[in-house]
Design a protein around this ligand. Structure first.
Ligand code: SF4
Length: 310
């Protein structure tokens, strides 16, 4: 008997994109962690498609306009997590010292105290120097000159709202050393490698000290004001649309709570509804998907019954 929950399969922590994609199709997210049977050769999910590649190049170019990436050798998982913390400290420090924006800022948190550690990377945080309001911008590149469907927008809505929730939680001091120790399973007092210590803002040499710097810095910020999604055309990088997302904490909490039941194995995985079967046409798992096969059977049975009644 396989007692592993989806959260176990995901190593007990998630990316923001896992939760955002869950709104598109939960079954598809599950298959990323446990591919369907007889699909050993189904590696297409790992083959970057041209549109994704073009999008990554645009993201990297935007980041390079503001920051230079410095590779930091890491040895332990504590080192790797410390680099994330150092990057957040660097971003907050730039914002607090008057930079109008930072890009590719990591963030982590435990939204709504559901016991699930989540991490992500915010495309852009902007600061209005007069009001000192912080806004989050998410860049979505498109292969056509149009905004996406409502279903894709819902996924992006969850993504940007989670960024705000986690950044606000950091600012409001709702993240603790203990949470990180417990849920990322890191030793907060393990001495960091010298290559990582060299990048620390001061003389910190372990995660506990680094996190204290981060939490102190967070308290100097104010909560995120507005959320925007910028759609840009991949071919010529021209703007398609800029849309504001209204933050709705109750809606987000209800969604993430429902999603968490799947991660904890409290309910069965759910695929797309029959009305949204169009999503399956672009899915790598469409020929092997148990959910899709089950829905197709249900549909055939229903049609047969209706014919018999007539
Ligand atoms: Fe989801 Fe459809 Fe893909 Fe199955 S085939 S994982 S239901 S999108």
């Amino acid at each position: 008997v396989d007692a592993a929950t989806p959260l176990d399969l995901a190593n007990r922590w998630l990316f923001v994109t896992d939760l955002a994609q869950q709104s598109w199709c939960e079954q598809q997210v599950f298959y990323k962690f446990r591919p369907p049977r007889d699909t050993d050769d189904l590696l297409s999910v790992d083959i970057p498609n041209p549109s994704v590649e073009k999008g990554s190049i645009i993201h990297l170019a935007r980041e390079a306009e503001l920051h230079t990436k410095v590779p930091v050798p890491t040895t332990t998982k504590e080192d790797a997590f410390a680099v994330t913390v150092i990057n957040i400290i660097g971003s907050l420090r730039r914002l607090l010292s008057g930079s109008p924006m930072v890009r590719e800022m990591p963030i982590f948190g435990m939204p709504f105290d559901l016991g699930i550690f989540v991490s992500g990377i915010i495309d852009q945080v902007q600061c209005d120097p007069e009001s000192m309001h912080y806004d989050i911008w998410e860049l979505k590149t498109r292969s056509s000159m149009s905004v996406p469907s409502g279903a894709q927008k819902d996924s992006t809505k969850i993504q940007v709202m989670l960024y705000k929730k986690m950044l606000d939680d950091l600012i409001l001091n709702r993240i603790t050393h203990r949470m990180i120790e417990k849920h990322r399973k890191v030793d907060l007092y393990l001495e960091l490698s010298l290559s990582v210590q060299a990048e620390c803002p001061g003389s910190e040499n372990n995660l506990h000290q680094l996190l204290s710097v981060l939490f102190d810095m967070g308290q100097k910020m104010t909560c995120v004001s507005q959320l925007f999604v910028e759609y840009c055309y991949q071919e010529d990088k021209s703007a398609i649309a800029l849309e504001e997302v209204q933050y709705d904490e109750a809606w987000l909490c209800q969604k993430i709570t429902h999603y968490s039941e799947f991660w904890y194995g409290k309910r069965e995985v759910c695929g797309v509804d029959i009305e949204e079967a169009w999503k399956c046409h672009s899915c790598d798992f469409q020929d092997h998907c148990a959910w899709r096969a089950m829905k197709a059977d249900e549909y055939t049975r229903k049609c047969t019954q209706q014919k018999q009644i007539k």
